[in-house]
Ligand binder design. Structure first.
Ligand code: PMV
Length: 350
């Protein structure tokens, strides 16, 4: 039993709910976990604005438990299987969840093959729909509590999804540097501890490689169990929180750039030092990084990058007077390294 255990006092009925949830991009990365999706280290991300999943969930009360899912109009059997398993897994927290049939229709606002993680926005949207049903069935109306529980439930679907439930900078994983941080759910990083220059940011995602990744993040997390550098990495993530706290407060852009790029490269270094080793970056990824570093040296403008568990490059730059020059450079010099001229232009949501 914990604070998220569901009440047995509920009344189910046929319902149709809709909700949406954005994706997020980590600055301090989560890579490595323990049982029940407990992260090996704390992480912090920016929540995106335009890259999101819209979900409609129809619940047919009292029918035999089953899940049917449609993504962009096509039935997705594998996704349905995953969701069925997930629902069974969280029944302790939503005791009504297996007492009906589900028809779930989802669509992503970003291209399906883009390699942008849809699991964060996808599980975020599903968790929000479930909490709408839960509030209806149990008659509760505390929105903050519902959001916290949605974050808790999303985490059990896909770890980093729990951060997508909140806007702005979001922390998941217990760290003494952030009051009330938890391994079980995400919380907003305190807004008044963030300098305004970090509140208005672009994230343009260069689609260097579209399609399936050669190694899934589930397998990648697992390989941290035997990675000889893992403990040092987990410790470093904690240390980076301390550094980041001061950076965010002081508005130190140079130190921010250094830390964020270091985190991205550390994530990929961990992959290369796994056994078996794997590399998710492509030549285009490295070419873009090289050009970003040259551009910064020449112009001193704050264009920098972070990476997910894939080849795509997230280009981060503040939305201010310099952004036109940076955008021109991206269009002229960086887009040529994508597979199909693919770039998703997003901004951070605060
Ligand atoms: O939530 P998962 O299991 O897909 O893992 C995500 C891991 C990274 O995207 C690489 C880092 C992060 O913190 O989001």
């Amino acid at each position: 039993m914990n604070e998220f255990s569901g009440s047995t006092n509920f009344e189910i009925s046929d319902q149709k709910v809709t909700d949406s949830c954005p994706s997020n991009i980590a600055l301090i990365k989560y890579w490595g976990k323990y049982e029940n999706q407990i992260p090996a280290n704390p992480s912090i991300s920016y929540t995106l604005n335009l890259c999101k999943t819209n979900t409609e969930m129809a619940f047919f009360a009292g029918e035999e438990f089953s899940v049917m899912t449609f993504l962009g109009g096509n039935e997705e059997l594998k996704f349905a299987e995953k969701i069925e398993k997930y629902f069974k897994n969280i029944r302790e927290y939503l005791p009504w969840i297996l007492q009906g049939r589900y028809l779930i229709t989802t669509e992503n606002t970003f291209p399906h093959s883009s390699g942008i993680a849809s699991s964060a926005s996808g599980f975020g949207a599903i968790a929000k729909c479930l909490m709408q049903l839960d509030q209806t069935f149990s008659g509760s109306s505390n929105e903050e509590e519902a959001l916290k529980k949605a974050s808790f439930l999303a985490r059990l679907g896909s770890g980093s999804a729990c951060r997508s439930l909140y806007d702005g900078l979001v922390v998941w994983g217990e760290t003494k540097e952030v009051l009330a941080s938890s391994d079980l759910f995400a919380i907003r990083y305190p807004n008044d501890e963030i300098h305004p220059i970090f509140k208005n940011f672009n994230d343009w995602v260069l689609l260097i490689h579209e399609g399936e990744k050669s190694v899934s993040s589930t397998v990648g997390h697992g390989l941290m169990n035997t990675n000889p550098y893992a403990q040092r990495r987990f410790q470093e993530a904690h240390e980076n929180f301390l550094t980041l706290k001061t950076i965010l407060k002081d508005g130190d852009m140079d130190a921010f750039i250094k830390l964020v790029e270091h985190e991205a490269l550390t994530l990929h270094a961990m992959m290369m030092m796994s056994d078996p080793a794997f590399i998710l970056m492509k030549t285009g990824t490295l070419a873009v990084i090289d050009k970003i570093w040259d551009f910064r040296k020449e112009t001193d403008l704050p264009l920098f990058f972070t990476l997910d568990a894939g080849a795509n490059v997230h280009l981060l730059f503040p939305a201010n007077k310099d952004e036109e020059q940076i955008k021109e450079f991206i269009i002229k010099e960086l887009i040529q390294h994508t597979q199909n001229n693919g770039v998703v232009k997003d901004v951070m949501r605060f």
